[in-house]
Every structure is written in structure tokens, then in C-alpha cells.
Design a protein around this ligand. Structure first.
Ligand code: SAM
Length: 279
């Protein structure tokens, strides 16, 4: 563990000791708790080689979630692969905002998630609203395969329809079988030129499709706002995650499209992270 932590520190990784412990546990096929309890047992066959290979991947700055194949979101385990964005704690603000705007947990709400990725937003909401059903759209078939796997593992696959589609194509929203009581989205929102300057875990490993929001980062919001009035049912909500500093512009786009923007929600860092709107 010490050698691994030293190697990770030399590669510029914070929290090196904690990460070293995660890599050791993964290489040994143990949970962190088991590793702590059995840390002095003999190592399993192939352990040293497995640890070397995992450490090399992390030193190359591959995100820990891709190495472990899993990331927790809203207390639930989500499988992840390099085809999907790693679920972020900031995105839990979307779930908080929705639960507050739609307090009735027993209704058979119809939910749409635009850019479903791993499924962390849609599938968490289907767990929180046990009578609800949902559609998750993504342009990436590899991402949809991950979302399907997560839907099965979380026991909501019977209520989730995961469909391939591209919001840049004319007529994209007509095939979704709307309107919906709730439309959520965490679309790509980084401006194209800023991507290279992001931390290596993001810039080198996360899918560009999940990051690139075009010249000003707002391309996807323009298309989602334009389809909003048709996709959101009367009395329904549209709730989107935004990047730092984008809330004012996104509210403006929703307003121009004929929706009624509500006050943004802040994340734990105090940044306006979620913009809700009413039909
Ligand atoms: C920022 S990720 C969000 C994933 C997941 N909802 C989350 O919150 O972690 C954006 C997702 O939008 C998808 N996407 C990007 N462009 C798209 C498009 N033109 N049409 C449909 N989906 C798109 C990407 O493949 C990616 O899965």
C-alpha cells in the first residue's frame, strides 16, 4: 500500500493513500472492509501483477471509476464504462430539485431523461418514484448498453425504456411518445475550446460526446429548450443541470421558448447547478 501510494503521489494524484487502498482491494477481489480485516493474509495468486497493472492505469490518470467499473450515485451502485460520463455528486442536485418540485412519491409520473448516459438520473428517479415509468434517450449505443445493465441491476428495467436518438436530428422529439410530467437532462455543457484544459481524467478519458457543448457550451440547451413546450405536459417540469455561470443564459433560453423558469438550485459548493422550468 505504501509503495502504491508513493507512486500515485508522484503522478500528482491527491488522496493517494485512500486511492491506493481502493486499488489494493480491487486487485485482491475484496471490499475495503474485507481488506482492512484481512490485510495481513497471504495475497491471492496474480495479486502483484494485477496491482501493477491497475496502478499503471491510475498513474496514466484513468478515472478511478473506470478502473473499478462502478461509482456510487445517490447511495446506489452504478456500473460505468469509458462510454459514459462518471456520475458526479453535483448531479445529485438534480434529484434533490425534482423531489422538492414533485413531492408525491406515489404518482405514476412519466419521466424523460435526455442524454441518459449511465442512467444515474432516470434510474434513481424510478427508484424514488416506485409507480413512475421513464424513457432515457442517448445518441451513444454503448452508453445505452450500460444504462440497460444498471436498470436491470437496480430492479427498474420494466419501467425504463432506453432508446437511441440524436437531438441534433430534425423530428428527434416526436418519436419519444410524450408529453412527460418531468423532463430531466444533464447535457454536454463544456465549451469545445475548454475541454483540453480540463483535468486529465476528464479531458483524456471521458467521452467527448458527454462533454462537448459546442462553441459556447449551450448547444444542447438550445435544442432541448426548443422541444420543451412539446415534450413537457401541462403542469409538468423541465429540470436541467448546468455548468458554472450558465444558469442565467439557460433561464433565458427557456423563457424565450415559452417555458417559465424557476429559481436555480445550488450544489454543495454554492454554485447554481440546476435550472428548473414549468410548462
Ligand atoms: C453529461 S452526459 C450525462 C450522462 C448522465 N445523464 C449523467 O448525468 O451522468 C451527457 C449525455 O448526453 C449524450 N449525448 C450527447 N450528445 C447527444 C445528442 N446529440 N443526442 C442525444 N444524446 C446525446 C452523451 O452520450 C452523454 O451520455
Amino acid at each position: 500500500m505504501r509503495d502504491t501510494a508513493v507512486a500515485l503521489t508522484a503522478a500528482g494524484i491527491d488522496n493517494a493513500r485512500f486511492e491506493a487502498r481502493l486499488l489494493l482491494a480491487h486487485a485482491a477481489g475484496l471490499s475495503i472492509e474485507q481488506l482492512i480485516a484481512h490485510g495481513r493474509d497471504a495475497t491471492p495468486d496474480g495479486f502483484a501483477a494485477a496491482l501493477r497493472s491497475l496502478t499503471a492505469r491510475r498513474i496514466a490518470r484513468e478515472p478511478m471509476a473506470y478502473i473499478l467499473g462502478e461509482r456510487e450515485f445517490w447511495g446506489l451502485p452504478f456500473k460505468v464504462s469509458p462510454a459514459v460520463l462518471v456520475p458526479r455528486p453535483d448531479s445529485e442536485t438534480v434529484i434533490e430539485a425534482v423531489l422538492s418540485l414533485m413531492p408525491d412519491r406515489g404518482r405514476a409520473w412519466r419521466i424523460l431523461d435526455l442524454g441518459v448516459g449511465s442512467g444515474c438520473l432516470l434510474l434513481t428517479l424510478l427508484r424514488e418514484y416506485p409507480q413512475a415509468s421513464g424513457v432515457g434517450l442517448d445518441v451513444s449505443n454503448e452508453a445505452l448498453a450500460v444504462a440497460r445493465q444498471n436498470a436491470r441491476a437496480l430492479g427498474v428495467s420494466g419501467r425504463a425504456r432506453l432508446v437511441s436518438g440524436d437531438w441534433r436530428q430534425a423530428g428527434w422529439s416526436e418519436r419519444l411518445d410524450g408529453p412527460f410530467d418531468l423532463v430531466v437532462s444533464n447535457p454536454p455543457y463544456i465549451d469545445s475550446a475548454a475541454i483540453e484544459g480540463l483535468m486529465p481524467e476528464v479531458a483524456r478519458f471521458e467521452p467527448r460526446l458527454a462533454l462537448d457543448g459546442g462553441r459556447d457550451g449551450l448547444d444542447a440547451y438550445r435544442l432541448i429548450a426548443a422541444a420543451g413546450p412539446e415534450l413537457v405536459a401541462a403542469d409538468g417540469h423541465l429540470v436541467v443541470e448546468v455548468g458554472e455561470g450558465q444558469a442565467v443564459d439557460v433561464k433565458g433560453l427557456f423563457d424565450m421558448a415559452g417555458l417559465t423558469p424557476l429559481a436555480p438550485w445550488k450544489d454543495l459548493g454554492g454554485i447554481e447547478r440546476v435550472v428548473p422550468a414549468k410548462q
